[in-house]
Design a protein around this ligand. Structure first.
Ligand code: IPE
Ligand code: IPE
Ligand code: MG
Length: 245
């Protein structure tokens, strides 16, 4: 499948809602946490797959603001897994020249997660091939509200003129500041919703929804998503003739 991808029409930025870990585990009579542990392989495979192709930004929805409402033991297990995974994957990130970054309210994460993350970000800071964003304690509404607060402060302190603020200025207050909007969103496990992910940034993103559960998602599935994206006509409100003219 890889040969069918047009490398000149690659998305710059792919966003992924990694969903279905719990159902994957349940299907084999295991605890949900086993699904989360088994998801690491998919994360590694897709991160590597994107970097190899030349995708510049990959954003993985790893933990939403709403996920804090899950049973305490599951939240704890996810945080523990985050720490151990970051620790073990730094060498893979270095080998693949990938920079690690985060979006979301990471200050709300346990301090050992924050420490592990900031160390990994520091170590990988000069890598250039691709940036991997982990969305942690992230939600689109949190991002927009946070941006609005920062902008309000700049207005109140005369660093911004309210009448001159355009969409680009506002986007610069978001956690994704400086990063192009994702052209492609992949959601696994068949759910057809956005679950409070990149609400502002996905205004014109193409959606690829697959029934594959996240722990089973591999490079071939990634290629299928990219090929599907490349076969679409993105009209941005215009008509076909304009886009092709
Ligand atoms: C996605 O898998 C991982 C996180 C949200 C952290 P789920 O845990 O949501 O799995 P399902 O949707 O219950 O199968
Ligand atoms: C979305 O998955 C969040 C992440 C993948 C981290 P959920 O499983 O939490 O989404 P909903 O609540 O079912 O929409
Ligand atoms: Mg889910």
């Amino acid at each position: 499948m890889k040969e069918k991808i047009d490398l000149n029409k690659l998305p710059n930025h792919i966003a992924v809602i990694m969903d279905g870990n719990g159902r994957w585990a349940k299907k084999q009579g295991a605890a949900r946490v086993f699904g989360h542990k088994s998801a690491i392989k998919a994360v590694r495979d897709i991160t590597e797959g994107c970097a190899e192709l030349g995708v510049k930004y990959l954003t993985l929805y790893a933990f939403s603001t709403e996920n804090w409402s899950r049973p305490k033991a599951e939240v704890q297990a996810l945080m523990q897994l985050l720490v151990s995974t970051i620790r073990s994957e730094v060498s893979t990130l270095m080998d693949n020249d990938i920079k690690l970054a985060t979006i979301g309210d990471t200050k709300s994460l346990p301090s050992r997660c924050q420490k592990e993350l900031s160390e990994a970000m520091e170590i990988t800071a000069h890598n250039n091939r691709m940036t991997l964003f982990l969305a942690l304690s992230y939600s689109g509404r949190w991002d927009i509200l946070n941006a609005a607060k920062k902008m309000a402060l700049d207005i109140a302190e005369n660093r911004q003129l309210i009448d001159q603020i355009d969409e680009q200025d506002f986007a610069n207050y978001l956690d994704t500041s400086g990063v192009p909007d994702p052209e492609l969103l992949i959601r696994t496990s068949g759910e057809q919703r956005i679950s409070n992910f990149l609400l502002w940034q996905m205004a014109y993103t193409e959606f690829f929804i697959t029934d594959v559960l996240w722990p089973d998602f591999r490079k071939e599935n990634l290629y299928e998503a990219i090929i599907s994206y490349q076969n679409r006509e993105r009209r941005f409100g215009m008509i076909s003739e304009q886009v092709n003219g």
